[in-house]
Write a protein that binds this ligand. Sequence first.
Ligand SMILES: Cc1ncc(COP(=O)(O)O)c(C=O)c1O
Length: 389
Amino acid sequence: MRLAQSIKPMIPITKPYFDEHEERAAAEAIRSGWVVQGPRTMEFERMVAERVGARYALATSNCTTALHLALVALGIGADAEVLVPSYSFIATANSVMHAGATPVFVDIDARTYNMDPRLLEEKISPRARAIMPVHQIGLAADLDAIHEIARQHNLVVIEDAATIIGGAYKGKPIGAHSAAVCFSFHPRKAITTGEGGMVTTNDPDVARQVEMLRSHGANISDYARHGADKVIIEEYPALGYNYRLTDIQGAVGVAQMKKLDWILARRVEIGERYNRAFADLDFIETPYEPPYAKHTYQSYCLRIARNAPKTRDEIMTAMQAAGIATRRGVMAAHLEPFYVNRFGRVALPVTEDATRTTILLPIYAQMTETEIETVITTFRRIVLNAAHG
Ligand SMILES: Cc1ncc(COP(=O)(O)O)c(C=O)c1O
């Protein structure tokens, strides 16, 4: 009780949008008695496949396991190098390590914060097998340029699409541009199943491998076995994992998918509102939209220029004191002790500058008018007070 009283009300960085639909869906899954991956997850997969225009969608326990499975399914393991941005949540590079391969960090474009295709070629060694672009904080990476380099060097492309469900590249949904595309349904994402992930692909072999590997390498799912009218004894042709989603989560996923378009539209509305509200601040850089993609604002990111009167960290502290949660922009995996100890100190100047100078502001579909205004006026007061002395 005392603990609850000591927590200050804050405008959080994000909030899942749940209502009675998710409550009912989860309750129905529990009442049905079937709670491991089953019919509700299959429906969730069907909805995601249809929405992203992919032939197959395979649910997983989270996006990290989705990325791991995609790598294994595509035969990328020991001795292989995978080109990844460091400017991402650490799970991107970790998934490559889990597959037994080596992440090779590529710097980003300073405006989009996504892997810079112009810097890819110099990092491609004879061991390179794959490129793993990340669509960072809801903005698509330049897939055509990346695919062109992948074609020239015979590399596989696996997209880390953790943050971009419902987003598009050149008008075509993210989900079917590459050999495998991996989504996250963590609560920081537009829609959530608590934890959750999905691999989408058009390749039946990749789909088959992912399906088997996520469920201990079994050649038939529990649900199919239980639904059969004869006894089926499963076999285990591959060394698999338990990376399944539960059907309680699958049920929540179905309810969330029905809201996806509304949630995305609200996020764009709020993101654009912020853009207009900060457009006159010349030491603040609002999100950039390249010609090939619209932002889906999984996060709302501002860059605080070097000539700004306050540093990014000072602004974060003042916002926190005013009851508004912020986060540093995206981390840089190559600076973390694990990667420095393993691979030494790599220089990625654009990434390092971005991770030091960016800040994320609250954004979620159900933000009230008052909350949006409070974020805008508080942020402006903090940076402008400092500017004037
Ligand atoms: C770019 C990126 N990749 C991978 C992940 C990992 O996703 P999950 O938490 O579902 O494993 C995240 C999650 O935050 C992410 O932002």
